[in-house]
Design a protein around this ligand. Structure first.
Ligand code: ATP
Length: 503
């Protein structure tokens, strides 16, 4: 799996999807740039999300708030005091780790051990094997499970009580070693704030310290009454936003999974107090359906309900996707109570209550939030799409089986040869179609090589213009996934391609 992930990262670079930031200066940790194909895929993901939120839901509207916000915002939101990661250093390797991540990796090891036992037994006993019963009775599985439970209970308690000494103790008790040095020589656990700060303006009193937003949500909270009043919105209603967020992540690994500058697509849904858990349940289902509709494989998703709730939440779950390095969060769904709005009310001294005409009373709405990272979604789609196929004759082709609607290029237009009027005919076709969807013209190299290049960027269709085209006005249409070729009249092209690539 690690091999596959490495290949995927190399592929992203080679085909203009993702480049390390400032690569000529050897890059900048956990910051990445999107290339010519990456930006198209990313824009298509954003449009897919935006349309499903803002076009489909009459009661959801969008905004675009600034990245810079008044510094008190982050006092009120709790980020100045509580947006911390617990860090630990290994004294030998001088490497820094997140204590919670080290412990989560330990828990995952026990899960793996259990799964291995189950798989082994399943192979041995075949069709009559009852995995559920095996888990409940096999002594080795039970032993791993009880160890896992013991660590898990201590871990959750330590997190909830913010007990840094106990986090370190767990690392010592279970002899977690540094992946680099292999030693158990750890420092104490310290808290580290994840917000980037900078200075704004320069006045006689000095500059004002401000933060780069670590989440887009607060831009929605501070605007919620502006939108409600000017849009005459009635509860329940939602506000959606796509924008950059910044976190000084310490464990910056796994390519674009954990970045220091990334993009979020968030929707805050404002509801009557008391109805939040029902809405939470509904958004949970809606969001999972949305993911599955992409067709990457239903078995690649699962929910992970939180044991430890953030300071603002009364229910929370993650939608996890099976990445090349295991199931990982792509989207968080949180019931944020009235924490944020009440807190902004308190810090700003302004009333931001909603008057409910049906109940004839004013209250602070409760909030359900759906929050997804564009970059993580991008990674999940690339990971699911990346396929190596061995063809007849032993050659392998690399093909990105992207959902057609998200593919950077929808149609490649390829004259068979660079002469005899074929390029001119191809240009004519291209000019007719390029306003409907993204087309790419390519006349260089053999047709086989050109097909491979389009496979590698996930183009659903290629059309080839040959000598007969000049007389029969038909072209050969090749399907990316089946590689089947079909002769079709040129005037059928727009409809065929549109049907395949529309959302
Ligand atoms: P994690 O536990 O992985 O750090 P989180 O729980 O802190 O994530 P949230 O604060 O819930 O994440 O953010 C919502 C979404 O934003 C996440 O589901 C993820 O898709 C995205 N996200 C958060 N941090 C990053 C990051 N550093 N790089 C890329 N995407 C991120």
């Amino acid at each position: 799996q690690e091999e596959v992930f490495k290949k995927l990262i190399a592929h992203c670079k080679e085909y203009g999807f993702v480049f390390p930031s400032s690569e000529i200066y050897d890059g900048l940790g956990a910051v990445y740039d999107y290339g010519q194909n990456g930006v198209e895929l990313k824009n298509n993901i954003k449009r897919y999300w935006w349309d499903s939120m803002v076009l489909l839901n009459e009661n959801v509207v969008g905004i675009d708030a600034a990245i810079f916000m008044h510094p008190t915002t982050w006092k009120a939101s709790g980020h100045v005091d509580a947006f911390n990661d617990p860090l630990i250093d290994n004294k030998d390797s001088k490497k820094r780790y997140r204590a919670d991540v080290l412990i989560e990796e330990l828990l995952a090891k026990y899960d793996d051990k259990i799964e291995k036992e189950v798989e082994k037994a399943a192979k041995r006993f075949g069709a009559s094997f009852d995995a559920g019963l095996f888990r409940q009775t096999n002594p080795r599985v039970l032993e791993h499970q009880s160890k896992r439970d013991e660590i898990h209970t201590r871990f959750v308690k330590a997190l909830n009580e913010n007990d840094l000494a106990e986090l370190k103790q767990i690392i010592l008790d279970y002899e977690i070693v540094c992946p680099i040095s292999g030693t158990k020589n750890w420092t104490d656990v310290r808290q580290f704030n994840l917000m980037f700060s900078t200075e704004m303006g320069s006045t006689a009193d000095g500059a004002m310290k401000i933060y780069l937003r670590p989440e887009t949500a607060q831009g929605i909270f501070v605007n919620y009454l502006n939108v409600q009043k000017t849009g005459r919105m009635k509860i329940p209603f939602g506000i959606a936003q796509i924008g950059k967020a910044f976190r000084n992540e310490i464990v910056a690994r796994q390519f674009i999974f954990r970045m220091r500058e990334f993009e979020q697509m968030e929707m805050q849904f404002f509801v009557r107090p008391g109805s939040e858990l029902q809405w939470f349940k509904q958004w949970k289902e809606t969001r999972l359906k949305w993911h599955k509709a992409l067709g990457l494989g239903d078995h690649k998703y699962r929910f992970h309900d939180h044991d430890k709730l953030a300071h603002y939440a009364n229910a929370a779950t993650d939608i996890e996707f099976e990445m090349p390095f295991g199931f990982k969060e792509v989207e968080g769904i949180h019931s944020r109570t009235d924490f944020d709005l009440s807190s902004h009310e308190k810090y700003s001294g302004k009333s931001i209550k909603y008057f409910d005409p049906e109940l004839n009373e004013s209250y602070t709405p409760f909030v359900i939030e759906t929050s997804i990272g564009v970059d993580r979604m991008f990674l999940s789609i690339m990971a699911a799409a990346y396929t190596e196929e061995v063809l007849e004759g032993g050659e392998t082709r690399v093909v990105l089986k992207l959902p057609s609607a998200l593919a950077p290029v929808k149609l490649a237009v390829l004259p068979l040869v660079k002469k005899d009027g074929l390029p001119e005919k191809a240009r004519e076709i291209m000019n007719n179609l390029k306003f409907e969807f993204k087309c790419q013209y390519d006349e260089k190299d053999s047709i086989g090589k050109r097909y491979r290049r389009q496979d590698a960027i996930g183009t659903p269709y290629c059309v080839t213009i040959d000598h007969e085209t000049l007389t029969d006005n038909a072209v050969t249409l090749r399907d990316r996934d089946t590689m089947l070729q079909e002769r079709i009249p040129i005037d059928k092209l727009p409809e065929i391609v549109s049907n395949k690539v529309s959302m």
